[in-house]
Design a protein around this ligand. Structure first.
Ligand code: ATP
Length: 380
């Protein structure tokens, strides 16, 4: 579906600023199942019109957080505020009274109802005329005006997802929750649908929280991403912030194959296994670190390997993974560090080749003090 087919009736892209109203606030949320803590001291604020994604490995507590917001679970500690009212904690507001919509993984459409009837389901008590107008508006918004009479079995996966989205948007919830919304779609459709879903959400201006373990999905649809690990939020920021300026090794490793290269902070540069990196290229490295040992974070597209005579080389290829358009090499540097290098598929560096690896990044590098070295090196 192209953008031209989306309804223009509510067509303004929302600029989420710090001044926007707070729609959801989680304050020190704790949740245990039996004796096992699953959510630990989790605090988060989501602003009006924002699309925030909870991103993290399987089992880190994303779905539980969503269920706590929806009222499908009760927290053991902390308070959930919706539109500034406490809904869990000091008192408990039932899910049906929270003004929260949920789009489930499996869409959960009624198979015997048409798309139109599915969308109308949640606004059954609305006056007929208003309800019918709202359903038509939503069919138009999700590009299904021609398909309103079809039952889910007669619609494609992507069309079913659009019906599910329209149904959840129908009652104009103040917050929409999307639980792994693309996991039931095949890979090509997933990429197409995430762009469409973002566009639809932005057109309606609804505040939304989605959940995924797919970092590319989180990066591509979100205004902000909250990276979770073991029931905690590790970092919240724009996709660019969490990717380029990770504040922990876990976040660095989870978002795209980070390698860590040992470096000594000299007078003008950081001396490392990939050469001397000028101090001004190391993000926020203050004077107090002069003379100390740090680890520079490099991603596979930050470095390049060239075959070289052993005497000229600074490393050796220890692993080669062909990925179609690209080849991912793992190079063991003479210093003992191992870095990933992403090359075009036409490159013909072989396993075992001596190579010279150099830095090829056009952005400042993130780094971590050496003392943190024992922290989770890479999330996967
Ligand atoms: P995934 O990406 O695999 O869906 P997730 O990050 O959404 O994972 P949750 O489903 O929130 O993780 O689960 C967090 C932890 O809580 C897991 O260890 C899970 O086994 C556990 N858990 C979830 N629900 C329950 C429950 N009802 N009873 C007991 N343990 C549970």
């Amino acid at each position: 579906m192209s953008s031209e087919t989306l309804s223009g009736s509510v067509a303004t892209d929302i600029d989420v600023s710090d001044a926007a109203r707070t729609v959801l606030e989680l304050d020190g949320i704790e949740k245990r199942f039996g004796d096992t803590p699953v959510i630990r001291d989790l605090s988060l604020t989501v602003r009006d019109g924002e699309l925030l994604t909870l991103l993290g490995p399987s089992g880190c507590g994303k779905t539980t957080t969503l269920r706590l917001i929806a009222g499908l679970e009760r927290p053991d500690g902390g308070i959930v505020h919706l539109e500034e009212d406490p809904v869990s904690g000091t008192e408990f507001v039932a899910p049906e009274n929270r003004d929260v919509g949920v789009v489930f993984q499996e869409f959960a459409l009624f198979p015997h109802l048409s798309a139109r009837e599915n969308i109308a389901f949640g606004i059954d008590e609305w006056p007929d005329e208003e309800r019918d107008a709202r359903v038509e508006e939503l069919l138009e918004l999700v590009g299904l005006r021609e398909h309103g009479d079809k039952q889910p079995g007669e619609l494609s996966g992507g069309q079913q997802q659009r019906v599910a989205l329209a149904r959840s948007l129908a009652p104009e919830p103040s917050l929409l929750l999307l639980d792994e919304p693309f996991s039931n779609l095949d890979v090509d459709l997933r990429v197409e649908m995430r762009e469409e879903v973002r566009e639809i959400l932005k057109k309606t201006g609804v505040t939304a929280i989605s959940v995924t373990h797919d970092q590319e999905e989180a990066m591509s649809i979100s205004d902000r991403v909250a990276v979770m690990s073991e029931g905690r939020i590790e970092q919240v920021g724009t996709p660019e912030e969490v990717f380029q300026q990770p504040t922990s090794r876990f976040v660095a490793g989870f978002l795209g194959h980070a390698s860590f290269v040992a470096g000594h902070v000299g007078a003008d540069c950081v001396e490392s296994g990939v050469g001397c990196v000028p101090l001004e290229r190391v993000n926020g490295l203050s004077d107090e670190y002069r003379g100390s040992e740090i680890d520079l974070m490099v991603r596979p597209d930050d470095v390049r390997a060239h075959t070289a005579e052993p005497a000229e080389a600074n490393g050796k290829v220890v692993h080669r993974r062909y990925l179609g358009p690209t080849v991912l090499y793992r190079v063991e540097l003479d210093t003992g560090d191992v870095v990933g290098c992403m090359h075009n598929h036409a490159d013909e560096i072989r396993l075992g080749d001596s190579v010279f690896v150099s830095l090829d990044a056009d952005h400042d590098l993130a780094w971590f003090p050496r003392g943190e070295r024992k922290m989770a090196d890479g999330g996967r």
